[in-house]
Design a protein around this ligand. Sequence first.
Ligand SMILES: [Zn+2]
Length: 94
Amino acid sequence: MNVAVANVPPSELDMWPGPVGWDSVWVADVRCRPATRDEHTTRACRRPHCDGAPVMALERTSGWWLYCADHLYGHRIRHGVVEFRTWHERERVS
Ligand SMILES: [Zn+2]
């Protein structure tokens, strides 16, 4: 697997427990991929004033934008797959 890192946890900010009665589910984000080792070592995070080593690439109309582990915007990387959280409502027992 030619990726910079296979696992990056979400930040604490992204670990909001969610609304009562809903469970979070992580799903693959098809617009994103992990940064390659080459991108990780030779490029910088796209966020202004950040020079962190990229771990994630986000596809924009102008190409792939790279982001470091501090700027994943709600994403995490698990087993080389970039994921984001969605919410599923628990079934109500009445
Ligand atoms: Zn950054």
